[in-house]
Ligand binder design. Structure first.
Ligand SMILES: [Zn+2]
Ligand SMILES: [Zn+2]
Length: 456
């Protein structure tokens, strides 16, 4: 079947699944999932779904909170249907970390007869279950408890391994049950985090276009449209979301899943993740190093998407000195770079240094070529920066939603935001505005702008 703009605009979420779509971008877009039910009472389908997979002994994976919210009901429904199951329940506190220990503990809970992983939760529980599902080749079904982040159906998991935020291929949940009666009662901070993760897509899409110009990176108009439609819908329904109207909560949950579908369509995270996610991943790692309790992913993405809007606003009014940028590139010192990485990346530093050798991110010739390309396309880049949503626009969205606006509102030290601009790009190499600023030798200047901005 052919994918068209009209089809994308009018598609029911189930329409994206299990169908091959030929696209003008040259790719065949395919989402390998069976079902997504986001509706009132969706949880009541659980026994039927388990039977559909011919499962005779699913393993329910939850934490104390999600077990109370939905896991107990799942267990009762399975009892009523005469389906045997095992349970693996993590403590409710401290916040579960998506690391080796969490993954390992699920592995040990898998029994000889476990034939389905029934994850009950959101962020971390789903992310780690998706990964384990791939490693042990047992399908996952997800009962979602909060519309809190965008990774529900991403085919990469983002665990922290050796303290480094990593990325691993994983299975998708075969079916998702999102009961709007449960989702609408999720804690406000989680709904706002999901909403923040969606609003972060404005800068993700701009960064994708930026890299298309600078690096000739693959770009798919129709996939970008899937994300844009989600943004439009969620922004139009802010007030209904704050009133917890089920239809608006469904839009947030579906929006998070739709952006995941967009990622799967292009086999990378471009339609959903840009510099705001670089910031967020960097902050997450620093919190881990410092032993601080993690903030929700979407909370960080939301706040830093305002900062990225400020960066684009600044870039729109810049007239870079390209010759100075080339001289700056030539003066690059690998020794100084490694010293800096060791200073900021703690126990993850060697991983970053090793990754840089493989992906050749410090190649001086490649960087000079990029700068020439930026010079050649400067008017296009500036037009893109001007077309990016303004800081005032993004802030107003969050103000209406009742979400935090500044790092200090959620206890993130301003100093960390500053560090993230300098060194946060090393978490992931995906090209974004923070990489472009460094290429142009503008990092320091922009850091001063952001410093002043977040101190207001
Ligand atoms: Zn395409
Ligand atoms: Zn995200």
């Amino acid at each position: 079947m052919k994918l068209t703009a009209e089809k994308v605009a009018g598609m029911d979420i189930g329409g994206f699944l299990g169908e091959h779509y030929a696209c003008a971008c040259g790719k065949d877009h395919f989402m390998d999932m069976d079902n997504i039910f986001i509706e009132s009472g969706a949880i009541n389908r659980v026994a039927e779904v388990v039977r559909n997979y011919k499962s005779t002994e699913p393993l329910i994976i939850a934490d104390e909170n999600t077990f109370k919210v939905a896991g107990e009901k799942v267990a009762h429904l399975l009892d009523d249907a005469g389906i045997k199951y095992r349970t693996h329940i993590f403590p409710g506190k401290p916040v579960l970390v998506p690391d080796e220990k969490t993954a390992g503990s699920i592995l040990f809970a898998i029994g000889e007869k476990t034939d389905l992983l029934l994850a009950v939760g959101t962020g971390v529980i789903n992310d780690i279950t998706k990964y384990v599902s791939r490693r042990v080749n047992i399908p996952e079904v997800l009962v979602a408890t909060a519309p809190s982040m965008d990774g529900f159906v991403s085919d990469t998991a983002a665990p922290t391994v050796g303290n480094l935020k990593s990325s691993f291929p994983c299975n998708l949940p075969r079916t998702i049950l999102g009961d709007t009666d449960i989702l609408k009662d999720a804690p406000e901070v989680m709904i706002l985090a999901g909403f923040g993760d969606i609003i972060g897509k404005y800068s993700a899409l701009t960064d994708w276009q930026l890299s298309r110009i600078v690096n000739d990176e693959y770009y798919c108009e129709l996939t970008a449209q899937i994300t844009q439609d989600v943004l439009d819908k969620c922004v139009a329904n802010i007030d209904a979301m704050t009133r917890r109207e089920p239809a608006a909560i469904k839009d947030v949950m579906e929006g998070l899943i739709r952006t995941g579908i967009a990622m799967s369509y292009v086999n990378n995270s471009r339609p959903a993740s840009g510099s705001e996610h670089h910031y967020s991943h960097y902050l997450e790692m620093q919190y881990l190093f410092q032993g601080k309790e993690a903030l929700l992913h979407g909370t960080k993405v939301g706040i830093t998407s305002i900062i990225v809007a400020k960066l684009y606003e600044t870039l729109a009014n810049e007239q870079p000195d390209f010759d100075a940028a080339i001289a700056h590139a030539k003066a690059f010192s690998q020794t100084d770079w490694e010293r800096n990485v060791r200073k900021y990346y703690d126990s993850a530093a060697e991983g970053v240094i090793c990754a840089a050798k493989t992906d050749k991110r410090n190649d001086i010739d490649a960087r000079i070529k990029r700068i020439e390309k930026i010079r050649e396309h400067w008017s296009e880049i500036q037009a893109l920066a001007k077309s990016a949503k303004s800081t005032a626009f993004i802030e107003n969205i969050f103000r209406r939603a009742g979400a935090p606006l500044r790092p200090k509102d959620v206890g993130i030290p301003n100093e960390l935001i500053n560090d993230a601009l300098y060194i946060g790009r090393e978490v992931r190499t995906r090209y974004s505005i923070i990489h472009l600023l460094e290429d142009l030798g503008l990092t320091e200047k922009c850091a001063a702008v952001i410093d002043k901005f977040i101190a207001e």
